[in-house]
Design a protein around this ligand. Structure first.
Ligand code: NAD
Length: 263
């Protein structure tokens, strides 16, 4: 299916690897021009090089920390000046620190709020006026399956990501008349570099292999495996694309059936 993305402009944050990179890659493969950001120059340069080789797309790398308002404003301004506009925004950031209430400290809640909620607010305030001016656009916020099913040891994610879902629903109501769609995507276990790091640590600890550790995690997942990051990227690209033109205000769970909630 043609996602009708030829020459459209996408801004994908936190994209030097993982789900952000996979989304930028899927959009670029469909012909979009893509701005990507990350905090570290080396990682961003490498990701840009990979994207260019894999997709031959027009790629703009911008160093930016999405928890900093000034960085976000510069990122959006640079993207707009370079490409002329912004049609799609994929909001992504690193995950909040794992831990239970008892071993987290107030400062952890503060930094996780910056990372998980405040970054979405900064990006929305910077991009919505551009989309309004050009008569529409689409925004997709990355969250986690924890918005449907709290996971043990992920108190910050279980708590704070719900604010993003609430924000997405509220903005979808407010921005619909401006032809701006906004949705959330909620991945379950997806095989990114970060997940490989977790599997490697468990494999070392249990004297096993990465695949054995992945199999243990996915015993309760109906599809019995993790998603690949490419699978995730394709779904994110679809939701951002004009093909999903009547979808707004939803949270699409992409978890292989892991969460058992009915709604
Ligand atoms: P990852 O660690 O592989 O990638 C994170 C990316 O974000 C990197 O490119 C990193 O440089 C960038 N980044 C981190 N903080 C940033 C900041 N403040 N500003 C700019 N860039 C920043 O992680 P991932 O597995 O791709 O996950 C991405 C998000 O999805 C995380 O929030 C994670 O918690 C969430 N998630 C992942 C999974 C999974 O199984 N992979 C499942 C559910 C939710």
């Amino acid at each position: 299916m043609d996602l009708e993305l030829k020459d459209k402009v996408a801004l994908v944050t936190a994209a030097s690897r993982g789900l952000g990179y996979a989304t930028a890659q899927a959009l670029a493969r469909e012909g979009a021009r893509v701005a990507i950001c990350a905090r570290k120059e080396d990682a961003l340069r490498e990701a840009t090089q990979r994207l260019l080789v894999e997709t031959h797309a027009d790629v703009l790398p911008v160093i930016a920390d999405v928890t900093k308002q000034a960085d976000v404003e510069r990122l959006v301004k640079t993207t707009r000046e370079h490409f002329g506009s912004i049609d799609m925004l994929f909001i992504n950031a690193g995950g909040p620190r794992p831990g239970n209430f008892s071993n987290l400290r107030p400062a952890d809640w503060e930094s996780a709020t910056q990372l998980t909620i405040q970054s979405v607010v900064w990006l929305a305030y910077a991009v919505v006026p551009i989309m309004r001016e050009k008569g529409g656009g689409s925004i997709l916020a990355n969250t986690s399956v924890t918005v449907r099913m709290p996971l043990d040891g992920l108190t910050l994610s279980n708590s704070l990501r719900l604010a993003v879902v609430g924000m997405v629903k509220s903005l979808s109501v407010e921005l619909g008349a401006d032809n701006i769609r906004i949705n959330a995507i909620a991945p379950g276990w997806t095989r990114t570099e970060r997940v490989d790091e977790i599997l490697r640590a468990r494999a070392e600890h249990n004297v096993s292999t990465l695949e054995e550790e992945a199999a243990k995690i996915t015993t309760d997942v109906p599809l019995r495996r993790m998603a690949s990051s490419e699978e995730f990227g394709r779904i994110a690209a679809f939701l951002l694309s004009p093909i999903a033109s009547y979808i707004t205000g939803i949270t699409l769970v992409v978890d292989g059936g892991m969460s058992k909630a009915l709604m």
